[in-house]
Design a protein around this ligand. Structure first.
Ligand code: C5P
Length: 233
């Protein structure tokens, strides 16, 4: 799926025509597209199908977090859409993640990867403390990623700064999906801790989630191709 091109472009928009035209234009220059709750809550399965019809693998970024039975049902409900990746919050706990992984297996060989969201990068140590979690953000990320691996998930979403330690903790087969990626010299926007695509890949990322550096470019396809070229160099 992502062997040749690890870039998944985040289509963060509620404009269905824009999402479809980005997906069509990016076919062949990225490894896949990411559809999140903003688009999916606005356009649902029909909107998803319209984007997926462009032919790109889709990462359905729903960040599910509920009791195990409900999350399993949520996963089952999207299996007919044939996404490549679906995610759940690792903070939902072991039983919830196991239920999600088991539900996905019902799709057999075409099942999506089930990925755990560790800690949102918008949260820092003081936010964690306010929710009753002591220690550093990186300790918490390691704890949640280990829990996700033990529960049978295929990998986690993590910041670029945790790639190295999680790769060491969890071995080569565990997928690391990394947002907050910025090509050298591009606008950082609201991302606080960023890394270039080349650095993140060389540290061991499997999927690079890149949004605005591609979607905000005058020519998104050219921007994606330039990033892909920089990775191949
Ligand atoms: O435009 P940009 O490259 O910043 O987009 C990054 C994408 O990754 C967005 O869809 C954002 O919601 C998502 N994401 C993130 N940081 C996380 C988790 C997801 O930026 N910790």
């Amino acid at each position: 799926m992502t062997r040749n091109n690890p870039i998944f472009c985040a289509l963060d928009t509620t404009d269905i025509d824009h999402a479809v035209s980005l997906a069509r234009g990016l076919k062949g220059s990225v490894g896949g597209a990411k559809i999140g709750m903003e688009f999916f809550n606005a356009h649902g399965p029909a909107g998803y199908r319209a984007v997926a019809a462009a032919g790109l693998p889709i990462f359905l970024d729903l960040k599910l977090h509920d009791i195990p039975n409900t999350v399993a049902g949520g996963i089952r409900a999207v299996l007919p859409l044939n996404p490549s990746i679906v995610n759940v919050h690792a903070a939902g706990g072991s039983a919830m993640m196991r239920a999600a992984a088991e539900a996905a297996r019902e799709a057999g060989d075409s099942r999506p990867l089930i990925i755990g969201v560790t800690l949102l990068t918008s949260l820092d140590r003081s936010d964690l403390a306010a929710t009753g979690v002591g220690g550093s953000t990186s300790e918490h990320v390691r704890r949640l990623a280990a829990l996700a691996a033990a529960a049978g998930l295929d990998g986690v979403v993590c910041s670029a700064h945790e790639i190295e330690v999680l790769r060491r903790d969890l071995g080569p087969g565990f997928k690391l999906i990394v947002p907050g990626i910025r090509p050298a010299g591009s606008v950082v926007g609201d991302q606080k801790r960023v890394m270039t695509p080349t650095e993140a890949l060389s540290l061991g990322a499997d999927v690079l989630v890149i949004g605005r550096p591609i979607t905000g470019a005058g020519d998104p396809r050219a921007a994606a191709e330039e990033i892909a070229r920089s990775l191949a160099a």
